[in-house]
Design a protein around this ligand. Structure first.
Ligand code: SAM
Length: 299
């Protein structure tokens, strides 16, 4: 929970960021900037680096240095927030360097890295803004589940094998740009949902109704009942389209669909208990937003 400076959430009369949120912004931005700044002349003017080792190892040295400073300055929970935000800033900066300096077929992986690091960092940041009461280290979603980690590893393995054995396939036209569009739209829809739901949004599905849990039916929730899942569903498929990973495109689509199908069923069971006829009326008016998923319907 965002314990220090109390922050009213949106819809509650305020918009400033709690202290953990601010620490995360500083660590994410400063790490990304410090890792990128030494390569700026090469990125902007295409200057050939004098020492390639500096491009390869420089970011890791800066990152190690920043982590030592963070260890020295911060303690306990603030330190835990800082090292996670700093790691994601580092991942973002290295991804930009991959886009700028890696061989063409690896550049997509850099774009993918940018989307991954932005997604995880912005999950924390947006919860810090929208519902600081529930903010925790888990809000970075870095340890979401074993399945999530395995899915990411599978996509890296498929990408690497195909770059090695079928590099021409990885440069196939501009299909990967469709992945960029899907990831961008998915990210915007998910974050809009979190901000709209505010205090009613929690990463974990609630089985007991909190006193300030209100039924949200306005904004993006007027168009679909589960916008944050809609955003996440298309974002995850988008990551595999941008990597041009045909096997993972199929697996991600199937596994994400099954995951959200079951999750929405369980979540709507609780929501019906919490809000009863109000939620039934909402269900009649508004679709789930995910293809062929109808949710928990009361006859
Ligand atoms: C991870 S959030 C997902 C919210 C929603 N399913 C979505 O996709 O935007 C899960 C929490 O949001 C709450 N929730 C879901 N829909 C809601 C609504 N329309 N109004 C208020 N709370 C909602 C659930 O009770 C649950 O604890």
């Amino acid at each position: 929970m965002c314990a220090k400076s109390r922050v009213p959430a949106p819809g509650n009369g305020g918009s400033s960021l709690c202290s953990e949120g601010r620490i995360s912004v500083y660590c994410f931005v400063i790490t990304a900037a410090l890792v990128l700044i030494p390569s700026v002349p090469q990125i902007l003017y295409g200057m050939v680096p004098q020492v390639w080792g500096a491009v390869l190892w420089g970011p890791f040295l800066y990152y190690a240095l920043i982590n030592m400073i963070i260890r020295f300055v911060l303690r306990n929970h603030d330190y835990q927030v800082a090292i996670r935000a700093s790691f994601l800033g580092f991942a973002m900066a290295v991804s930009v360097l991959v886009i700028c300096f890696a061989p063409t077929e690896w550049q997509q992986f850099g774009v993918y890295g940018c989307f991954m690091s932005l997604f995880h960092y912005s999950e924390f940041l947006v919860i810090a803004f929208a519902n600081p009461r529930t903010l925790s280290l888990d809000s970075f979603m870095l340890n979401h589940s074993v399945h999530y980690g395995l899915a990411a590893a599978a996509s890296w393995i498929e990408f690497s094998l195909e770059v090695y054995f079928l590099p021409q396939f990885k440069r196939y036209g501009y299909i990967w740009l469709a992945g960029v569009v899907l990831c961008s739209l998915g990210e915007v829809v998910r974050k809009a949902a979190i901000i709209t739901a505010g205090r009613s949004f929690t990463h974990l599905v609630q089985n007991e109704k909190h006193s300030d849990h209100r039924l949200i039916t306005s904004g993006i929730y007027a168009y679909c009942r589960h916008p944050s899942y809609v955003g996440w569903f298309w974002w995850s498929i988008g990551t595999q389209i941008l990597l041009l990973n045909p096997i993972c495109i199929c697996i991600y689509t199937l596994v994400s669909w099954l995951f959200f199908h079951d999750r929405i069923y369980v979540e709507e069971y609780s929501l019906l208990n919490f809000f009863q006829s109000d939620y039934v009326r909402y269900q009649k008016r508004v679709p789930t937003g995910l293809p062929f998923i109808r949710g928990y319907l009361v006859d």
